[in-house]
Design a protein. Structure first.
Lengths: 115, 113
């Protein structure tokens, strides 16, 4: 079975630009979460989506937004890129029904570099 | 607020030696705990998890972890390390009602031949 897939693998942008990152969950998984991992640190939670609705949001500015589609895939959008947005962006999926706890399986990530 | 502490930033062991990576958590209720491993430039792979029940949990690649409520710890162990175990290891706890993971800063493991 295919795991969580993310695209693109790498991305280089300049300050002020906009970026869209994509994630496809494991088949049958209805929940997608996004994490940001800055070099040398652990991942930080950005969003969780379940059944196309935002269920949780981390401490990130409004420049960060996301959505989930009817097929449960998801996009993470970042506007007005800053140098500090350079990071590995990880997507995770789970079977989770809202309010419960379930194992999250991670994709390979998208490495974003902002120049 | 919930938090996870991994006291060791970097650990070096010899191949064949035993390994213990430390993890301490701060959480008021029964925690749901995970260990993930990350190879350079890669995503996170689940090693093992603790939700409830037996406090000694077995994972993949010969790893195990023991949940000790009295010490707020969930240390990862392996009896004999292989060179392929060199990677970064993250401990995490679920926080909140929507399955949010809080990660420690990670422990980078180097293995000497």
């Amino acid at each position: 079975d295919a795991g969580v897939t993310q695209s693109p693998t790498h991305l280089i942008k300049t300050r002020g630009q906009h970026v869209t990152l994509r994630c496809s969950p494991i088949s049958g998984h209805k929940s997608v979460s996004w994490y940001q991992q800055v070099l040398g640190q652990g991942p930080q939670f950005i969003f969780q989506y379940y059944e196309k609705e935002e269920r949780g949001r981390g401490n990130f500015p409004d420049r960060f937004s996301a959505r989930q589609f009817p097929n449960y895939s998801s996009e993470l959008n970042v506007n007005a890129l800053l140098l500090g947005d350079s990071a590995l962006y990880l997507c995770a999926s789970s079977l989770l029904s809202s309010g419960g706890t379930d194992t999250q399986y991670f994709g390979p990530g998208t490495r974003l570099t902002v120049l | 607020a919930q938090s996870v502490t991994q006291p060791d930033i970097h650990i070096t062991v010899s191949e064949g030696a035993s390994l213990e990576l430390r993890c301490n958590y701060s959480y008021g209720a029964t925690p749901y705990l995970f260990w993930y491993v990350q190879s350079p430039g890669q995503g996170l792979q689940l090693l093992l998890k603790y939700f409830s029940g037996d406090t000694l949990v077995q994972g993949i690649k010969g790893f195990e972890a023991e949940f000790k409520r009295s010490q707020s710890s969930f240390n990862l162990r392996k009896p004999s390390v292989h060179w392929s175990d060199a990677a970064e290891y993250f401990c995490a706890v679920v926080s909140g009602g929507y399955n949010k993971l809080i990660f420690g800063a990670g422990t980078r493991l180097a293995v000497h031949p």
